[in-house]
Design a protein around this ligand. Structure first.
Ligand code: ZN
Length: 519
């Protein structure tokens, strides 16, 4: 085995450099599209949507065509035999392996389909926002039907072992199968549903009650903004290589490890919304900022999967941001910014307030315990539509029914029901399970971090969040997308994806908060 291509013949070295060059161009085109999408979500006037859709469609088609060209196929054919001799963890081997995997996947998609999907989705996003505002599903329905039809077509081109959903899921979570998701969700449901029930009963009996009226008063926008910045700085988000803006739907986007942007959303009488959005997106951003520059202009220069990405955001948002230790550090910081609103509030009080469990309509505002139920619902519905068991027109009612059966509440309107998420309008079908994978992994990773560095919780209480950030960087971020998610999880924790640490964490934390005796 040799360490690098430098030890191999000149022809191979040249082929590798040629491959690097083409991949770099593809990544540049994708990043140009990303800048325009960022602009679309932050500052673009709504009138710009049609022309923006055309530009995005063209860029997507060019990037795709360049990537799935015969030239790339020939270079990969020349380079693949070298994989047998190269260290599999080396940059060279990883680049050849991951590029070949993506190439084989994407070259199955006709350029026409890629362009059409980008164009339809770009328009659909704008229509979705309008439909949500006007509470009119009919406005959005034809676009969503088109997007599901395109998703089916994409799945058929990609091929799948059991069902179309496998092909789409694999785009977000390489190597994961629908049946595995179903199995994991069943295991989670078995313990989360009774827990939600027990917490509901305890709440009705007055247990876990907390006076959180201090949160429901005006918190001015400038102060909220300042608070998000303080949290992000403490986490180690590098503002010289990123910036925060406002958008309707908070998100993270990167143009390189040196330009990783986030957005947040400010609600005047709910200071936690912006704060936790920023911490969440900050978790995503630390991942991107932590990926080595050497991987930057390749497809190794991103997160291992959406599930692993979400593990980073959920780890910071929930495992850290909703812990007692974090509030020991952050309550005094918050009190500096909002002295009147937070006068006399104790750590225990705010810890209980930020961990209040209450079934609610909006996924992004859901507490840790009920959050996954929102995902089960979406997974089941999109899978049923994709498999032809449910019509798009039946989604609003099916949504409300499932909401009632999982959470015991029925959305009063479409904005709090089927029209709340942007994902389907972006054509991101098969994406939702990655949120729950992220929740499960967030605890599995954190537990490993604390096992290796037991002083992390105390460091958090002192506001030294860098210890955790450095661990994540060293053990996860540094690999970029070199490894498939399952392989990475094994490498970091020595075990496959495992729901047990997550369930123990949730049951332990909330039994304590609500005075439950778990059987
Ligand atoms: Zn996220």
């Amino acid at each position: 085995m040799v360490q690098s291509l430098a030890d191999m013949d000149r022809d191979l070295q040249q082929a590798f450099r040629d491959l690097e060059e083409i991949v770099a161009e593809v990544v540049d085109l994708e990043r140009a599209g990303a800048v325009l999408r960022w602009d679309q979500e932050t500052y673009m006037p709504t009138g710009g949507s049609e022309s923006r859709a055309q530009v995005l469609g063209t860029l997507a088609r060019l990037a795709h065509a360049r990537f799935v060209s015969d030239a790339v196929g020939e270079l990969l054919a020349k380079l693949k035999p070298a994989l047998e001799e190269l260290d599999p963890e080396s940059y060279e081997a990883s680049l050849i392996r991951v590029t070949a995997r993506e190439y084989e996947k994407l070259r199955k998609l006709p350029a026409r389909l890629v362009e059409e999907q980008a164009r339809v989705a770009s328009v659909a996003q704008v229509v979705w926002a309008e439909a949500r505002e006007k509470q009119d599903f009919g406005l959005f329905q034809p676009h969503l039907e088109r997007l599901f039809a395109l998703a089916r077509e994409i799945a058929d081109h990609l091929g799948y072992p059991n069902e179309r959903y496998d092909a789409l899921l694999d785009l977000y979570e390489p190597g994961m199968r629908t049946a595995e998701v179903e199995h994991l969700f069943t295991a989670l449901k078995e313990r989360l549903l009774p827990l939600v029930g027990a917490i509901g009963e305890a709440s009705r009996a007055g247990k876990g009650a907390v006076d959180d009226t201090f949160l429901r008063q005006p918190y001015d926008e400038a102060g909220q903004w300042e608070l998000t910045l303080r949290a992000l700085r403490a986490m180690g988000y590098d503002f010289s290589r990123g910036r925060q803006d406002k958008s309707a739907h908070p998100f993270t986007i990167h143009f390189s490890p040196d330009d990783v942007r986030i957005t947040t959303r400010i609600i005047p009488d709910d200071p936690l919304s912006a704060l936790f959005s920023s911490i969440h997106e900050g978790g995503h951003a630390l991942y991107e900022q932590g990926i080595p520059r050497a991987l930057s202009r390749t497809h190794l220069g991103e997160g291992a999967s959406l599930g692993v990405h979400e593990s980073q955001s959920r780890l910071w948002e929930n495992v850290v941001g909703r812990s007692r230790e974090f509030w020991q550090f952050f309550l005094p910081v918050a009190r500096e910014v909002f002295p009147a609103q937070l006068a006399g509030v104790t750590v225990e009080q705010i810890y209980r307030a930020v961990n209040r469990v209450k079934p609610s309509f909006i996924r992004t505002e859901a507490d840790e315990v009920t959050y996954n139920l929102h995902i089960f619902l979406r997974f089941e519905l999109e899978r049923a539509v994709l498999n032809g068991q449910l019509e798009v027109g039946e989604l609003p009612a099916a949504w409300d029914d499932k909401m009632e059966s999982y959470l015991g509440i029925r959305p009063p309107d479409l904005a709090r029901g089927v029209l709340q998420d942007i994902h389907w309008s972006m054509g991101s079908i098969g994406y939702f399970p990655t949120y729950t994978l992220g929740n499960v992994l967030s605890v599995q990773f954190y537990r490993q971090a604390v096992q290796e560095e037991p002083e992390i919780p105390q460091a958090i209480a002192r506001g030294e969040l860098m210890m955790l950030k450095e661990w994540l960087r060293r053990r996860i971020h540094v690999h970029g997308a070199k490894f498939e998610p399952q392989e990475l999880v094994r490498k970091v924790t020595g075990r496959p994806l495992d729901p047990q640490p997550y369930l123990e964490y949730i049951e332990g934390k909330y039994s304590d908060l609500y005075g439950l005796k778990m059987g």
